[in-house]
Write a protein that binds this ligand. Structure first.
Ligand SMILES: O=C(CO)[C@@H](O)[C@H](O)COP(=O)(O)O
Length: 214
């Protein structure tokens, strides 16, 4: 599986160093969580962080917008250096427009679903995305426990992908460690986001190796 370390759990006072660490350790993507204090009860990074890190890293930037009305931010994060932009199904009544805006900005579009949203709600959108992110915790905070009840959604998405011949990646995010990643991989996930498992350890490279070894 591809591994996307989440900088939400990095040492923010040494963010550049922590990004280099995972880059050198073989991370595939860098996962950047953007929180607005409304869609989720937390605040995190803005466009300035993406822009400054862009100058320091060649990793694919996987920007997860946990914001209401993401349409207002897509062009700014695209200009700042995002490669993949994730928007929540629950965050806007105009999700199709948001996905189209991501493509018009020349970026890969990711559709994100919270634990309370079923795959049935997004089937009409699956032909229009490069990536689907199944949240395996309620979004907003790192360090939460993985929700095993989300596994069936990964299986459903993998089945639809095979049946319809779609090419989207299936990403999982929340509570990922060297045990839970195995369940996700078996179900059909292709990318795993990991925050605390990677960064709450003195050697992130060892943690990434553990995830890649599964
Ligand atoms: O989107 C989020 C949280 O809302 C995640 O990306 C977290 O950063 C994952 O952290 P861990 O659960 O891996 O500690």
């Amino acid at each position: 599986m591809k591994i996307a370390p989440s900088i939400l759990s990095a040492d923010i006072a040494n963010l550049g160093r922590d990004v280099k660490r995972v880059e050198q350790a073989g991370a595939d993507y860098l996962h950047i969580d953007v929180m607005d204090g409304n869609f989720v009860p937390n605040l995190s990074f803005g466009t300035n962080v993406v822009r400054q890190l862009r100058g320091q890293s060649y990793l694919t930037f996987d920007v997860h917008l946990m914001v209401e009305h993401p349409e207002s931010w897509i062009d700014e994060f695209a200009a700042a250096g995002a490669d993949i932009i994730g928007v929540h199904y629950e965050a806007t009544p105009h999700i199709h427009r948001a996905l189209r805006m991501i493509h018009e900005a020349g970026k890969k579009a990711e559709l994100v679903i919270c634990p309370g949203t079923s795959v049935a709600m997004i089937t009409d959108l699956l032909s229009d995305v490069e990536q689907v992110l199944v949240m395996t915790v309620d979004p907003g905070f790192g360090g939460q426990h993985f929700l095993p009840s989300m596994i069936h959604k990964i299986k459903q998405l993998a089945e639809i992908k095979a049946q319809q011949g779609f090419a989207y990646e299936i990403e999982v995010d929340g509570g990922i460690n060297d045990q839970t990643i195995a369940q996700c991989k078996q179900a059909g996930a292709t990318i795993a986001v990991a925050g605390s498992f990677v960064y709450n350890h003195e050697t992130p490279a060892i943690q990434i190796q553990k995830l890649k070894a599964v």
